[in-house]
Design a protein around this ligand. Structure first.
Ligand code: SF4
Ligand code: SF4
Length: 247
């Protein structure tokens, strides 16, 4: 943790209030360096009613972790506006209902630890106090937990934790740089869901697996199920972990 990160407990009061009356309103959306998770992309492309390919092409840039080779997807800087988020407007966020998990959590940082025996996840939070943000020190009656519920971030956390588990498995089984086909498979199955679906149904990507019809039917229409399946497929392709093909 850095000096400006203050550990907080779920039951602590949340000394923070972001509202349109704050003089900094929208400032945090105009100077971004924001990494997007697969679930962020799923929600945003659905909000906009476009495919994952179109979303990735229009709004994101891709690079790879220098040590891990893992894909890193960020909002693409716009030459006209620099690092301004493409969805910020005078009135606030135009994709508010489907904004990314990191937008929901700010100004909290979240870390997790999984109990090895029970598999239960413990969450830890810290406040990141930044001078430009005038939301700090404003009185609210909310605890940290109540504030988090108001941000509706649980689903994002749940899906993002699956990504973190996959990354930590990769670092354990395949430490070092992921190259070529493996890196492409990771990107395809997690970030470019609609292309993954096209490869499954139009290009027989899964023809070596005997998948039940009910599972295939689900994968045709259910983005969340496809993303979970993509994680299992990546585990199979990269680490040889057997694919769970229950319908
Ligand atoms: S209070 Fe902080 S989070 Fe809210 S608009 Fe201002 S800078 Fe952004
Ligand atoms: S998605 Fe919305 S909340 Fe997040 S940075 Fe963009 S405008 Fe701000």
């Amino acid at each position: 943790m850095t000096e400006d990160m203050i550990p907080v407990h779920e039951k602590d009061p949340m000394p923070f209030n972001c509202c349109s009356e704050n003089t900094c309103f929208n400032d945090c959306c105009r100077d971004l360096n924001q990494v997007l998770t697969p679930y962020d992309i799923l929600r945003l492309k659905r909000n906009l009613g476009i495919s994952s390919q179109a979303f990735l092409r229009e709004y994101t840039s891709l690079h790879h972790g220098p040590g891990s080779g893992l894909p890193i997807v960020e909002f693409k800087p716009n030459p006209a506006t620099g690092h301004e988020c493409p969805f910020v407007t005078q009135k606030g966020c135009s994709v508010y209902e489907d904004r990314p998990g990191s937008c929901r959590l700010y100004p909290l940082a979240r870390a997790i630890a999984r109990d090895r025996e029970t598999g239960k996840i413990e969450e830890y939070f810290a406040l990141i106090e930044e001078p430009h943000c005038k939301g700090f020190g404003k009185k609210t009656d909310l605890t940290v937990r109540q504030w988090l519920i108001g941000q509706d971030v649980a689903l994002h956390n749940q899906h993002n934790d699956k990504l973190m588990e996959l990354i930590s498995l990769k670092n354990k089984i395949l430490p070092g740089k992921l190259e070529g086909a493996h890196s492409d498979q990771f990107y395809l199955a997690l970030y470019d869901l609609d292309e993954f679906r096209t490869r499954i149904f139009d290009h027989d990507l899964l023809n070596k697996f005997d998948l039940p019809g009910s599972l295939l039917q689900t994968l045709k229409t259910d983005d969340e199920a496809l993303m979970d399946f993509g994680i299992a497929w990546v585990k199979n392709m990269l680490f040889g972990i057997e694919l769970n093909i229950k319908g």
